[in-house]
Design a protein around this ligand. Structure first.
Ligand code: SF4
Length: 178
């Protein structure tokens, strides 16, 4: 196991005192920068910055950052959720490190798709079956990883198969954590 010991801290961001959202971070006693190219290979939508030894990722609307000696998350609804998410992220780092022989590391820096780029690949019917009032609202949720492609049933129809394939290439849709 790579990460065994850590200090976990949950707090309200100083830039937003009294806010109903929480941030949390763990300070590590080991350097996890060697895991980052492996995480970059398996986390869709991750942005890897090799010079900074950092990798950022969005999941469920939360902003996650991996650094050499720190993992942080923000925009979490409650303290327990923040703590649980960070423990899940540590587990993800450990599992990825244990599986590294099966993963081809990836050092490419990619940009996240914009909501407009995602929108252009949606069916554009505004049918509301995803629970959003428009396809563009759905694109915003997809970009923030608050919804998944499976929430749009029209994408399973044969006439949208090319769009679905293109979306699967760019959408943030990482493995479950927690
Ligand atoms: S279900 Fe799909 S097609 Fe319908 S509004 Fe949502 S994103 Fe658009």
């Amino acid at each position: 196991m790579l990460v065994e010991k850590y200090d976990l801290e949950v707090f309200t961001p100083p830039c937003d005192p009294g806010a109903e959202r929480y941030a949390a971070r763990v300070r590590l006693t080991v350097d996890i920068s060697e895991v980052l190219p492996y995480l970059n290979a398996i986390l869709r939508g991750a942005v890897y910055l090799p010079e900074a030894q950092a990798l950022t990722w969005k999941k469920g609307g939360h902003n996650i950052a991996f650094h050499a000696y720190e993992i942080a998350t923000s925009n979490v609804e409650d303290r327990q959720g923040a703590e649980k998410e960070l423990k899940g992220l540590i587990d993800l780092v450990n599992r990825t490190w244990e599986r590294r022989a099966e993963i081809t590391p990836d050092t490419v820096t990619r940009q996240r798709p914009t909501p407009m780029a995602i929108y252009k690949l949606l069916p554009a019917t505004n049918c509301k079956q995803c629970g959003e009032s428009t396809c563009y609202s759905f694109a915003l949720k997809l970009a923030a990883a608050q919804k998944g492609l499976a929430n749009c049933p029209l994408l399973d129809e044969p006439q949208y198969s090319d769009k679905l394939t293109a979306l699967q290439e760019i959408i943030i849709d990482g493995p479950a954590i927690g």
